[in-house]
Write a protein that binds this ligand. Structure first.
Ligand code: 9MG
Length: 283
């Protein structure tokens, strides 16, 4: 895959793995009186993640958890825009924005965001064109259905890693046909989206299958139920399991790891990478 990604005014060197810190934008905390407090809090959390080694901060205005309902565009903008503007202006951060909404893509790109992260792989009306117009890199993630219904009865008529690879290849081809250059695309198997725990575990085990697309791979497994169900741990006790998964994902080709606990995952990713890159010099 191309070893550097132009993310707005930031260049991301993908010859080694990076950590993306999740910045939860608590719903509607910016539209009511709590505006400045909440914004300060978001900025401080982002600053902490950058200080711990995050290369990217991921900001989302719409929950993509199973069962989540879609939010109106204006509400998404109200949640996301103040944060994107603050992180770009005050921290010069590389900001990734989780959105499937064309208007939001345009607005955040104009505000200096560096990457678009669409869990709906640009399938919404106008999303492909909007993403192409922004000129930003776009992460295409595998998901069937919507967060509201995707976990009802996930099933695949062939090995899940084959189904996911074929799906992503098709979405990449659709993007190229729409004028989105391949150099701007990232792919993501979508752990936890329309998948059982078994699907998720198998998807990681055979994730190297995705490297055949020769595009940067982004993964998000942090605190997810694939950890909780295997280890029988509540969401606040899933860090150890998540660190193992980060190391295994790096071994299988992941270049961006979307996590909540940045510091520990930076160590896990750097440790795994130290082993993997060993010996490259005299290969
Ligand atoms: C927003 N979001 C939640 N989980 C995610 C994952 O696994 N990948 C990407 N790209 N985005 C995610």
């Amino acid at each position: 895959p191309a070893s550097t990604l132009q993310c707005g005014r930031h260049r991301l060197d993908l010859s080694f793995p990076h950590v993306m810190g999740v910045l939860n934008v608590t719903p509607d905390s910016f539209s009511d009186g709590g505006h400045h407090v909440a914004l300060d809090d978001a900025r401080q959390r982002a600053e902490k993640m950058l200080g711990e080694g995050a290369s990217i901060i991921d900001v989302g205005g719409e929950s993509t958890r199973p069962g989540a309902a879609a939010v109106p565009v204006q509400q998404e903008l109200d949640r996301v825009m103040p944060v994107v503007e603050a992180l770009v202006r005050d921290l010069d951060a590389l900001v990734s924005v989780d959105t499937s909404t064309p208007e939001v893509m345009h607005e955040v790109a104009n505000a200096g965001a560096g990457m678009l992260n669409d869990v709906r792989n640009l399938r919404r009306e106008g999303a492909m064109r909007a993403a192409a117009t922004t000129g930003l890199p776009v992460c295409l993630m595998h998901m069937l259905g919507e967060p509201g219904d995707m976990q009802k009865d996930p099933h695949y008529d062939r090995p899940v890693e084959e189904a996911v690879a074929e799906f992503l290849e098709a979405r990449v081809a659709a993007c190229e046909a729409a004028g989105l250059r391949r150099e701007r695309l990232l792919i993501d198997p979508g752990f936890g989206f329309a998948k059982t725990v078994e699907h998720n575990l198998r998807l990681l085990k055979y994730m190297e299958r995705l490297t055949a697309l020769e595009l940067p791979i982004l993964v998000g497994m942090s605190r997810k139920s694939m950890i909780g169900k295997v280890l029988e741990r509540p969401v606040e006790e899933r860090l150890a399991g998540g660190l193992v998964l980060s190391a295994m994902a790096v071994e299988r080709g992941a270049r961006i790891l979307r996590v909540h606990d940045v510091g520990p995952h930076v160590d896990a990713v750097n440790m795994a990478w130290a082993v993997l890159k060993e010996g490259c010099d005299n290969d």
